[in-house]
Design a protein around this ligand. Structure first.
Ligand code: ADP
Length: 388
């Protein structure tokens, strides 16, 4: 038997999934190595059991061999024929799943300055996967690719033009998640899938996307994945004047500012309690309440922005950890949007029903599955390579 494998590399974790390599890949095992560093942990769901293991010191490069040895008993001598990698930044060159040849790897290295907090980790994982699985087809799938067709007003910043030409653009992120949700909409709700959709991916990272006829029109993330909505620990939209103040008046270094806007802001920064929405919902602390209010207000505002870029809205879709599970957040976002035709049934909302809207705009809760998009790309590339 042959297998396909997906690797989704974050700054402190590597998620993986193993599929039986059929034309329609069949899910088999998934897991992750979290807390990469001195005391990494393996979590894995196999067909027979849940595995939890302390791994000790593991970095991104050594994560792949560690995953391989955890999977070895299940591979039983079978081969991994294709590996799909989630890559955050495809710059202006990569709009399609792409085989990760040495030339492509060189080009992806050039993009490190555009995504210094993500790209190097992805590249380290890919190099390790090439060593562990030298015969497998290695395919890169890009988070920016889904947003590649944006028009100039949704692609540029109003700074001197030469920066745009140099690549300072609103690339947009979470594209694999939006792509997965669009696929799911086509499978389950074909009558609305090609209309004007606003998709809210609300997880640890959070962003929104306006989709028309299956194509991304606008995204709330921009040059980096820190722009747009407030997130667990990222600040979202921030007046550039605040950055200048932090540098010039507070004398903070770029590294200190990076730590603030990526790791100490968002829900964590506002509440001073936690980046996890569940903790804030359980708390009576006024700062926790204000953090949730800010989060929902900015999300509500973004829905209206997305609706404006689509010249209307036919469906609003909630996804990811907060979007799929928090009735409170969905309610606080939707309740003031009745003027747009967005109203929800509170009973259905409370039980996370698949469809919760009651007004002219349909409102859905859809689980995202980035791995599904990646493995489909691997299966396609693999079957093409078999023909040629
Ligand atoms: P990631 O972006 O890391 O993939 P997830 O999509 O898993 O994140 O979302 C994680 C977040 O989802 C958690 O930080 C938590 O705040 C939120 N979450 C999960 N379950 C619930 C719930 N029942 N109620 C509110 N928030 C939840």
């Amino acid at each position: 038997m042959s297998f396909y494998f997906t690797l989704n590399t974050g700054s402190s974790s590597v998620k993986f999934s193993l599929y039986k390599a059929h034309d329609k890949p069949e899910f088999y095992i998934s897991g992750s190595i979290e807390c990469l560093g001195p005391s990494a942990k393996l979590k894995m769901q196999t067909p027979i059991e849940q595995v939890r293991r302390e791994l000790g010191p593991i970095d991104h490069a050594s994560a792949v061999p560690a995953i391989f040895s955890a999977l070895e008993p299940f591979l039983k001598g079978s081969s991994v024929v294709g590996i799909g990698h989630r890559i955050v930044h495809g710059g202006r060159s990569f709009f399609e799943p792409t085989e990760l040849t040495p030339k492509v790897m060189d080009e992806l290295e050039q993009l490190i300055p555009l995504a210094p907090l993500h790209q190097p980790y992805s590249l380290a994982t890919i190099q390790a996967a090439k060593q562990v699985f030298p015969d497998a087809l290695q395919i890169g799938c890009f988070d920016t690719a889904f947003h590649a067709g944006h028009s100039f007003p949704n692609d540029a910043f109003a700074i001197p033009r030469h920066f745009y030409e140099e690549g300072v653009r609103r690339y947009g992120f979470h594209g694999l998640s939006f792509d997965a949700i669009c696929n799911e909409m086509r499978d389950r709700y074909s009558q609305v899938a090609n209309e004007r959709l606003v998709i809210a991916h609300l997880g640890n990272g959070a962003s929104m996307c306006a989709v028309n006829n299956g194509h991304s029109i606008s995204a709330s993330t921009g040059f980096s994945a820190v722009d747009g909505l407030p997130m667990g620990t990222r600040c979202g939209r921030l007046d550039p004047g605040v950055m200048l103040y932090l540098m010039q008046e507070k004398k903070l270094s770029p590294e200190e500012i990076e730590t603030i806007i990526y790791r100490r802001s968002g829900l964590l920064g506002l509440s001073g309690i936690s980046s996890d929405m569940r903790d804030l919902e359980e708390s009576n602390d006024p700062f926790a309440i204000e953090a949730i209010d800010y989060y929902c207000y900015q999300a509500r505002r973004e829905v209206a922005t997305m609706a404006a870029s689509l010249e209307g809205i036919d469906a609003l879709i909630f996804s990811a950890g907060v979007g799929e599970n928090s009735a409170l957040v969905r309610s606080k976002i939707c309740q003031p949007l009745a003027f747009l035709g967005i109203t929800i049934d509170q009973k259905k909302n409370t039980v996370n029903a698949p469809e919760i809207g009651t007004g002219p705009v349909r409102v859905f809760i859809v689980a995202t599955d980035e791995e599904q998009v990646i493995v489909r790309a691997v299966a396609q590339a693999h079957s093409k390579s078999q023909v040629s």
